[in-house]
Design a protein. Structure first.
Length: 178
């Protein structure tokens, strides 16, 4: 059997073009943010962050492709509010759609939102076992300012409590008003 053909039609590569729009997360997005089981164990974190957004303490941005959130960045507006610094976390793009510019667009949208709200800096943590992410943020103008060690806890959907270690580089970028 010729693996390059179905009947007489070649399996030729083709290019898809689809609009992706960055927008604020909506309640109906929450189940989809589990990404087909990849983040199901973080269901409680997703819900709590959305509730923080509803109280004005956070913003969850998603990259929407045909109604599905294929990328996300969460902004904690209160963690470093006294320093007028927004804290980004949960920055991710579906693995099959990485390296297409979605992450850079999400970061630009998060930074613009912070500027519009009067923040002068933005900070995020990058796991030390993810040097590719660090290089990505450095290309966007972030600079290493420290490290963070510790742990965080969350409750899984089955009620089990999880404790995860934190071993991160802390990166920061100064924001400019246009």
């Amino acid at each position: 059997m010729n693996t390059e053909m179905i009947g007489s039609t070649p399996w030729a590569p083709f290019t898809l073009s689809a609009p992706v729009r960055v927008r604020i997360c909506r309640r109906e997005d929450l189940p989809a943010l589990e990404w087909f089981g990849l983040f199901t164990e973080h269901r409680e974190i997703i819900r709590e962050t959305f509730e923080s957004q509803e109280r004005g303490k956070a913003v969850m941005l998603v990259a929407d492709l045909n109604g599905f959130p294929v990328g996300q960045v969460w902004i904690n507006l209160t963690l470093k509010q006294k320093e007028t610094t927004g804290a980004l976390w949960a920055v991710r793009v579906l693995p099959c759609l990485q390296n297409l510019g979605i992450g850079a667009r999400l970061m630009a949208a998060a930074e613009q939102l912070l500027v519009e709200q009067g923040y002068t800096g933005v900070e995020l943590g990058v796991e030390k076992d993810n040097p590719g992410a660090r290089r990505f943020y450095e290309r966007l103008g972030y600079r290493l300012t420290g490290i963070a060690h510790g742990e965080y806890q969350y409750t899984m959907p089955d009620g089990a409590s999880m404790t995860m270690p934190i071993d991160e580089w802390i990166l920061r970028k100064e924001l400019m008003r246009e």
